[in-house]
Design a protein around this ligand. Sequence first.
Ligand code: ATP
Length: 365
Amino acid sequence: MTDGAKTIIGIRSVTKRFNGNVLAVDDVSLDIKSGEFFALLGPSGCGKTTLLRMIAGFEVPSDGSVEIDGQVVDDVPPNKRPVNMVFQSYAVFPHMTVADNVAYGLKMDGVPSSEAKGRVEEALGLVQLPGYGERMPDQLSGGQRQRVALARALVKRPKVLLLDEPLSALDAKLREAMQLELRNLQAKVGITFVMVTHDQDEALSMADRVAVMESGRVRQLAAPRDLYEFPNCRFVADFIGKMNLFEGVVKSSAGNEISVGIDGIGDVRLPFDGSAQGKIGIAIRPEKAKVTADKPSDEDCLSLEGQVTQVAYYGNESHVFVKTASGLDFSVTTQNNERSVVAATNPGDRRWVSWRRKDTLILAE
Ligand code: ATP
């Protein structure tokens, strides 16, 4: 995606109520850029699927409007919109060959079969299934069936491909491989992809930008790194990745520094160039903190003494849980960079948890 790309989908103050009282989408406005891989991310029931279905035309907004390529499409039926949807379950017709499945939409549109044949081959090539045209769906693996579903959507050359949890039916390994594949495919075809997912790893690793939704609203819309490193509220901080979250109160702020009293930590100075007052959230990512036997002497670090309560070993990394003397529960992710079968830290050890002041997040909301 390039900066300054034109808006392909405009969501303009869109609200969706079901049965008059279920508020599924609550006054959402956002722009999706042409050529972008965009993810709608959030917990179950936050309204992401409803928003996607309004772009597809399967639902109509109660208020506001959806624009595609500069046109308000509220009165345009799904099959007349320049979008195509790939569903969660690999919606392929079991009684048709792969080629017939892929050609289905073209046939409905009256594309001559001589042209359709070439386009089907091209689409199967794109999803890395060249030569699979004569197979039946039950002769394919789950991942291959999902690729057929993708080919069936791509063959129509939509301006926008809408993907509803496209990888959720796949097992973990295949899922990771397909994440990379989908990302590559999107870069190759250059079509705008809008994907709904509740899986943050999927959103972070695949999307150019992610809209994080909660209770029908977009809480933050940003690139993956910005979301992870600079969440704008407690909800996003907690939802994306793991986070140590504490409560604090602003004592004073001046220049680029803020003084806060943090429960269980005490009064500390932190670099901060925003504005905050009253109660705030204090957040530290587990991998930004360290566990050491001795108190670090670095002035730029904050440190707390405690006792290790648990160590969870994951091979590449370990999660070390420390209860501080002041009663806070802290989790620290350590990388197992050296080959060893001896744990460096064990439950019961007295340790110091430390992190750099500048890695402390201040959350006003
Ligand atoms: P999930 O990840 O579980 O699919 P979601 O974030 O996609 O969740 P939506 O499916 O958009 O959420 O649903 C948002 C809210 O709207 C939920 O409370 C849901 O129960 C409600 N809802 C969705 N579709 C309908 C419908 N057709 N009739 C009534 N309520 C609906």
